[in-house]
Design a protein around this ligand. Structure first.
Ligand code: FVH
Length: 290
């Protein structure tokens, strides 16, 4: 702790997310050191009081709590390795998106180098950081997480997912999967309306009907009882609608891949024995799609 009584923090990586994390720590009164491959991205932070490190090693040496937020696992691994023993005795919180196994690999590197490791996943976009909708997932060293919970909380609500360092990454990817699935559906819906009525109508449609439809469906999914759902909206009722989406997309010149994939998945579920009736037309269509 310093005179400000706030833990000094280092942020390595000042892309759009890393820069936002850094400025959020600075605004919350944490003494801040930063490093970025392109040093100019730190200029405004330095002007606001942050220290600029010349290397990842110098950055790691500056603070007990070191946040890494880089483009991917390979770059993170290289940046850590380049720092040699500079991370020893530090708490390293890696917020770079990764797989559970990649997180465990960094945890093993940390263990071999005297580094205390917490892996993390950011469930927010840069403008949301520090606001009420922002939350972050953490896993790994529980004691270190507890010790730095208050500092980490300035970014968003912290959730500890377990001592397996891969746990946060697993939950992060599960949440992203939900998001990408929803985003793909939204993009397809917009494309259909754009093809039919033009971009202005599609924009209006997205902000009104599509939004309220998704909100209503989210509240249905949130309380979903699988058995009740299967009874009220069984797959053999859903499948023809997907076939219709596929055919209407084709007719409008919109690539029908999304509906085709969903239809194939639905067929796999049915073939695995989870329900017993699918109209024969679906077999034909899935067969034609290969
Ligand atoms: N931005 C977002 O909405 C999401 C929200 C959820 C979490 N993600 C993850 O955060 C990680 C970083 O994302 P980002 O948005 O900051 O990404 P970029 O703006 O592309 O910045 C990338 C940083 O990585 C540095 N970098 C790239 N290659 C190298 C390299 N070979 N050596 C050293 N550093 C490298 C790059 O440096 P520079 O280009 O500025 O010099 C940036 O600092 C990511 O895992 C998201 O999935 C963000």
């Amino acid at each position: 702790m310093t005179a400000t009584n706030k833990t000094p923090v280092t942020v390595i990586g000042l892309g759009s997310m890393g820069h936002t994390l850094a400025s959020t720590f600075l605004k919350a009164g944490h003494p801040l050191t930063v490093w970025n491959r392109t040093p100019e991205k730190a200029d405004d932070l330095v002007a606001a009081g942050a220290a600029r490190a010349a290397t990842p090693a110098e950055a790691a040496a500056a603070s007990p709590l070191v946040i890494v937020c880089l483009v991917d696992h390979a770059v993170t691994r290289e940046s850590l390795a380049s720092a040699g023993k500079a991370f020893a005795d530090r708490v390293l919180v890696n917020l770079t998106n990764s797989t559970p196994d990649q997180a465990r690999e960094i945890a093993a590197w940390a263990g071999e180098n005297g580094v205390t490791y917490v892996d993390g996943g950011i469930m927010a976009t840069p403008p949301l950081i520090g606001g009420p909708a922002s939350f972050l997932l953490y896993s790994g060293d529980r004691e270190a997480f507890d010790a730095h919970r208050d500092a980490l909380a300035v970014l968003g609500t912290p959730h500890f997912m377990g001592e397996d360092p891969g746990a946060a990454a697993l939950y992060d990817l599960a949440l992203l999967s939900g998001m990408y699935g929803m985003a793909a559906g939204v993009a397809h819906a917009r494309a259909l309306v754009t093809a039919h009525a033009g971009p202005a109508k599609a924009q209006e449609f997205s902000q009104t009907m599509l939004l309220s439809w998704i909100q209503a469906m989210l509240s249905v999914f949130a309380g979903m009882d699988a058995a009740k759902m299967a009874d009220e909206s069984p797959l053999d009722m859903q499948a023809p609608a997907l076939v219709n989406i596929l055919e209407a997309s084709d007719a409008e010149g919109v690539p029908p891949m999304l509906a085709a994939h969903l239809l194939s998945m639905m067929k796999e579920i049915v073939d695995a024995g989870f329900t017993d009736v699918l109209p024969p037309v679906i077999d034909d269509l899935v067969g034609r799609l290969g």
